[in-house]
Structure formats: C-alpha cells, structure tokens
Ligand binder design. Structure first.
Ligand SMILES: [Zn+2]
Length: 782
C-alpha cells in the first residue's frame, strides 16, 4: 500500500523533471562547443544532442525517417512554436493546397484565407558534403537557439515559420571524416581530406542527385521531407575553398535554367541580397552575391522546380577543424568577382588573416537566422509567391502551348515506376501521368496526327498499346519540361573570347540519357489515368568475375560504377563487383581472380602515380606504377579484359602504347570545349559490345577523349561520332564539335588472347545514362 503513492510520486518527479529540465547546450552533451578548434562530433554524439534537446523542449520534434546507405539513422527536427507543433497536420494541409491550387479550384479568395493562416515552411539542410564540417556543427547551435531563446525576433520566427532542420544529408560521411581527422590529428597530415569517398557510392556527387534520385539519402529527403512539406525556402549550407570569398549568397550567376519560374528567381534574389546586407551590417566581411555559382542544373535544385527557392550559402573553409592563415595576396576571386577589390557584388574586402572553424560557424549561424528573420517577417509574401507559382503551373493550356509529352509505355510499368527509370523518376518528383490509346481519341484529324507520332513508339507492343502521357499543366510541370527537353546552353564567353565554364554540367535530358523517346504535343486531348498491366522484363545474366579499380585518390566515378553494378535492377542475380587496389595489381596472379577489370574515370596521373610521397601517410602513397602496368599487360595477353572509362582511356593509350590518338589533346578551350553534354554516337551493332543496342546511341561527354585509329590491325571501332557536325550535339553545349566528326567514341583493342576496351565517354554517368549501361555490361560480359 505504501509503495503506490511513492511510485506515483517518483513518476511525477521524473515527469516534471523531463519538462522542467533546462534544454541542454551542445557543450553539455558533446563536451565542447561546436566551432571550437580541432573538434568534430561523431554522428552518435549529434543524435544524442538532438534527442536530449528534443526531450527537454516543447518547441521541437525530432524523428528518424529511415536508414542511410551504411545503415545509420537519417533524421530531421521540426522546430516551431509549441502551439504550431500541436497543429502540424493542419499546416501541412494548408501548404499542400497552396502547392496544388487545383484543390481549391484556383480560387484566389480561398487562397487568401489559407495564406492568412499558413506558416512559411523553411527547410535547412546541412552537411551534404562531409568535409564541409561547419554546417552539421552549426545545426546544433541553430537548434539550441531556436529551442531556448526568448528574444522577440526568435519568438516571431517560431510563430511564423515551421523550420525543418536536417543536421546532415550524409550522416555516414560525418564519421568517415571525423575518424580520419582524429586519426591524423597532431600528425603532419592533420586537416587533409580522407583518402576515400565520404559517401559509400557517390562522394561529392551526392549533391548532383536531385533529379535522378539514385541514392537513399536523396530519396528519403525528397519523399519524407520535400514532398510532405513543400518548403517555400530551402537553405542549403555549404563550404567552398579557403582562399575565395568568405561567403557566397544568391542571386546566382547566369545562366539560370529556363524552366525555373520567375517568382523563384525573384525570391532567391530578394532573400539572398537581404541576408548579404544583414550580415554586412553586423560586421561580416568578404561577402559575394551573383558570382561563381549558376542555377543551370536541376541536379542541385529540387526546390526550384517544386515551388521553393534554394538559398545556397558557401562559407570559406579551414582545414577541416584546423585553423589556417590566409595572406591577402593569396586571396582568389572566381567567376564574377575579385576577392581583393570591392565591387557591387563583393564587399567589404576581407584583409586576410587567421580563419577558424568558429568563423565558419559564425557566418553560417548568422546567415541562417537572417534567412529565418526574412521568412518570418515576410510570411504572407512567401506564401503568396508560392501560390502564384502553383497557380501558373496548373493553368489549363491553350492550343499552341505545350500540352503534354507522349512516350512509349515501358515494357514493365511496375518496375519502371520503382526504379531510376523515367516513370520512377517522374513519380518521385511529384509528377502525374496517364495513358492514351490513340484509338479512343475523338478528334479525327488530331487522332491521325497523334497516331502518326505514337505508332512508331509503340509498334513493338502492337499499335493498340497505349502511350504514356505527361500533361504540362500540373503543379510540377516545370520539372517535367526541364527533364524532358533538350538543353541549349548559352554560348558564354569572357572578354578574351574564352568559354566561361559552367558550374556543373550543361545537359540533363532524361529521354536521351535513358534511351526513351518523348515527344511534345501542342494540342489538348483527353488523358486516361489508369495504369495498364504488361509483361515482366528479363534481367541480364550475371557478369563474369570482375573488379573495379579503386585508387586512394577518391574517384566518384569508381563509386558510381560500383553502384551501377550493386544497386540497379538490371540483373537476374545482383553481381558483386570486386574492388581491386594498387597492392593487388602489383601481384602477378591477377588472372586467377578476375576475368575483367574496370578502370573508372580518373586522370592518368592519379592512376599511375597516386598520392605523392609525403602528402599522405605511406600506406596511401603511390599508384599502379610501372610494375602494375606490366602486370595488367600480362593479364590482358593471357585472356583478360581491361575496360577504361573516359579519362582513364588515356592512361591505357600511353601505358600500353595503343595504336590510338586522342584528337582532343592539345586543343585550347577557345577551340574545343564540351563541359558535360550529350552527344550522338553511331554503333556497330555487329560487335558483341553493342549487341541488342539501337544503331544510334549517345555519349556523355565530359573531359572526354575521342579516338583516331593509327593502325587498325588490332582495333575495332564500336561507336563513333556522326560525320556531320550538326548531328553531333544533342543536348548541352559543344564548342568545336567538328573536331569529333567521324572519330571513334568506343574501341576494342586486341591484346594477345585478351582485349582492352576504351570508352571515350562515361557509359554509367552518375547512374543516369541507362541508354549506355548495356555497352559497359557487354564489355565485361564477352
Ligand atoms: Zn558543398
């Protein structure tokens, strides 16, 4: 009897302790304050901090939404006023209606009342690039201030916005970088970047995945945050080089991809400039806008096609958590500004000096609160802009406007929907599509026209097969158009006539990359939204024993190559790509282990020489070396297959003295420049490497060689570029394309009993170029 009241009292004390407990500061949990010199936090420590803050705060909801590639918890925090947190579903619904104005029949009065009630949804993403350590550390400082401060400005932020905070978009990399940093701390290698990719498959390219959605971290963020909340503002916090501006903020440099709505451009311009001015007023220096970073590729900007602005910030780096000193003379500008001279888009000049992790977290947290202040002060304006974007997107289309894209129904709709095929990508991107059977279309003249288009697309399945129809007027119609049309990148030159380098690549046309035809239609017709059933596609047989070469100099293309073999659904049984490193290549018994070895895209020097002595701990120094080259030659002569991708082809040409010449060598950029574009190739389908391929295919051309055969005795050309210059470029930008006329893009060179296959392009480009995956599979399967 006595036990009961005591137990109740105990429970009461526990409960009241939990609620009255002061929210912990980061130092209470980590033992240091984020931003302190030479201190990084592990992913477990960060999770621990957020959990404890969550337990002690009524302003925050912290949740795990899935597992990362390597099995760690993938998490985010929702932070807002307690009364907002109790009504999250209500605010989610309000936002969903504004995102898709069809739900309120585009009624402006209804919209106005929703805008009055709604909150600005702000997504803050940190740590996608794990060596840019400041943002994940800053996430704890941002969360703590939002959870504890009673300043009027913070109260207003909490009342007017719902903040979705992702402490890291790549939790696996947090530990990869911390482990390396701690291991090298106090040695001469302190502050170097790890000799491995900081994401198991894709490294830095994890931020080139926002339309292909190949990686689980991208999928979780899109499915469980973006598509649930439709944020008006996405603040993506990064770091850039040590010697440039201290901070970059939007607006972005031209070109802006033409399907980014004008309201988005207005939004990031206004917000970026507001933040820059606010930071300058607070005494921060070295801030640039409208420079360096363009807004061309959707691969970094999901939100630009989904109603929200992307506010990229790039703060100058230190050496991971180790401070540096930058002399004024060492400062370097980049496209659009000079780091030593004040200009309208760069001020005030930073004079150089010490640069600590604390400087980085100060810039980052101040910028984030500046962004949140604007989000809260202009809540109605942000929601109005968001509604306007949606309303324009769903507006019925008139004759002559793009009405829809039509494409053949894939052989296996179910599989296509689940994977990195076209329908799967579009579905994940929030796109609606239906099917049309030409026989059911009433308008006779149009029916004939449509039949003439659809017929060739569907003849494999018989003429009555429906085609997939993707309407242009839908909430994310801009995403559809951006992904399905060919890119015409502007011919940008500097004052001396040299091409201005794009920040990333210039093409992203999915139908070309995936090998699917998609035809724009400019006349309305009716669409049926039910999905037809059809047959199941067979997978490829398992390739023979093969390995992918992994250098200690991390190569993203190596990761992508493994990903393509391990994670795509092209196989009856998933193959397990072996990994081969320098030490094993130095072993003479290569032939007993593998039938083929793939060398992913990497510079010939990195493959041959690796890290120089003294630049890394000894175990990571060196490359394949002369000894390895001799072993690889023996491996081929004894019947093995060596496959070289893109730049690695030049390693093979040089080291094995192949009868080939790279015709792109020694030409200046002014005369020849193709920075990530899709080109046309013509295949010899009689060659086993091109078996079951169409005669016309594509090449992802980026820092690529093109081959001229100097002695054809042992060489077979499998793919070449067209003879006519105007046929070469399909999407993107190509200067001097005539230099590729008739040149070889893919060759096979006999060597003893084996062979060497050279790809003058990236057949598995970022996991996206499904159209050319079979060439790679066939190359190692024959
Ligand atoms: Zn970055």
């Amino acid at each position: 009897m006595r036990l009961f009241p005591r137990l109740l009292l105990f429970i009461f004390v526990l409960a009241s302790f939990a609620y009255s407990q002061k929210p912990p500061t980061p130092i209470d949990v980590l033992g240091f304050t984020p931003g302190d010199d030479k201190k990084l936090a592990s992913w477990n420590q960060i999770l621990d901090y957020f959990k404890k803050l969550d337990a002690a705060s009524d302003r925050m909801k912290f949740e795990e939404i899935g597992k990362t590639t390597m099995g760690a918890p993938f998490v985010y925090a929702t932070i807002s006023a307690p009364e907002n947190l109790k009504n999250l579903e209500k605010y989610k619904q309000i936002n969903a209606k504004l995102a898709d104005p069809r739900t309120i029949k585009s009624n402006d009065k209804l919209a106005q009342s929703l805008i009055k009630q709604g909150k600005t949804i702000v997504l803050i993403t940190c740590g996608i690039h794990s060596t840019e350590v400041g943002s994940t550390l800053s996430s704890m400082l941002i969360a703590h201030k939002l959870a504890t401060s009673n300043e009027p400005e913070i109260q207003k932020i909490l009342q007017n916005t719902i903040v979705l905070l992702v402490p890291s978009l790549n939790p696996d990399g947090v530990d990869i970088v911390k482990d390396w940093y701690d291991k090298t701390l106090g040695t001469k290698f302190e502050g170097t970047t790890p000799p491995e990719l900081y994401h198991k498959y894709v490294g830095h390219d994890n931020n080139r995945d926002w339309y292909a959605f190949t990686q689980v971290e991208t999928q979780l963020t899109v499915d469980k945050i973006h598509n649930q909340w439709h944020p008006q503002i996405v603040h993506d916090i990064h770091q850039q080089g040590e010697r440039g501006a201290r901070l970059f903020l939007p607006p972005y440099l031209a070109p802006v991809e033409p399907n980014v709505p004008k309201e988005i451009i207005a939004g990031y311009t206004e917000l970026g400039n507001f933040m820059a001015d606010d930071l300058r007023a607070k005494g921060f220096q070295g801030i640039t806008t409208d420079s360096t970073y363009d807004a061309w590729t959707p691969a970094r900007a999901y939100s630009h096609y989904h109603g929200g602005v992307r506010i990229l910030s790039e703060t100058a780096s230190a050496k991971l958590a180790t401070p540096i000193t930058v002399k004024f003379d060492e400062l370097r500008g980049s496209e659009g500004f000079d780091a030593k001279r004040e200009s309208p888009n760069f001020s005030p000049v930073w004079k150089g000096g010490e640069w600590h992790l604390r400087d980085i977290t100060n810039y980052m947290t101040t910028a984030a609160f500046s962004l949140l202040k604007h989000s809260a002060d202009n809540r109605e304006a942000w929601l109005k802009r968001f509604y306007a974007i949606g309303k324009e997107a769903v507006r019925p289309r008139k004759d002559g406007e793009l009405f829809a894209y039509v494409l053949p129904t894939p052989q296996n709709v179910e599989q296509n929907l689940k994977s990195n095929h076209l329908l799967g990508i579009l579905k994940r991107g929030g796109v609606e599509f239906g099917f049309v059977n030409p026989a059911n279309i009433k308008n006779t003249q149009f029916q004939n026209y449509l039949k003439s288009i659809i017929s060739p697309l569907t003849q494999k399945n018989g003429f009555d097969q429906p085609a997939v129809v993707i309407p242009a007027n839908q909430p994310y119609g801009n995403f559809v158009k951006a992904m399905l049309e060919n890119q015409e990148y502007p011919n940008l030159r500097d004052a001396s006539g040299n091409p201005i380098q794009p920040y990333d690549v210039t093409a992203h046309t999915l139908p070309l990359l995936l090998g699917v035809e998609a035809i724009p239609i400019y006349q309305p017709f009716s669409i049926n939204y039910s999905i037809p059933k059809n047959s199941i596609r067979k997978g490829n047989p398992i390739p023979e024993k093969f390995a992918v070469y992994r250098s200690h100099n991390p190569s993203m293309d190596e990761g992508w190559t493994r990903w393509v073999f391990e994670k795509t659904n092209f196989w009856v049984v998933k193959p397990n790509a072996g990994i081969i490193q320098n030490r094993e290549i130095h072993d003479e018994n290569l032939n007993f282990k593998y039938n083929s070895i793939i060398f992913p895209d990497q510079s010939p020097n990195q493959i041959l020489n690796g890290y120089a002595k003294g630049s890394m701990p000894d175990e990571f120094v060196g490359g394949v070396g002369k000894e390895g080259v001799a072993n690889l030659r023996k491996f081929a002569e004894a019947g093995g297959t060596l496959v070289f991708l893109n730049r690695a082809s030049n390693f093979a040409i040089e080291q094995f003295k192949l009868p080939l010449k790279d015709v792109t060598r020694g030409i200046t950029r002014k005369d020849f420049y193709i920075p990530g574009s899709i080109l046309r190739t013509e295949l010899d389908t009689g060659n086993p490497i091109a078996k079951s391929m169409p005669e016309k295919s594509i090449a992802w051309f980026e820092d690529s060689p093109a081959f001229e055969v100097t002695d054809s005795t042992n060489v077979k050309v499998v793919a070449r570029y067209p003879e006519r210059t105007e046929d070469i470029l399909l999407s993107g930008w190509a200067l001097g394309a005539e230099k590729l006329r008739g040149k070889a893009a893919l060759v096979e060179v006999r060597m003893g009993k084996g062979k060497i296959v050279l790809f003058g392009f990236r057949p598995q480009y970022r996991g996206q170029s499904l159209a050319t995956f079979p060439l790679l599979f066939n190359a190692i399967g024959n």
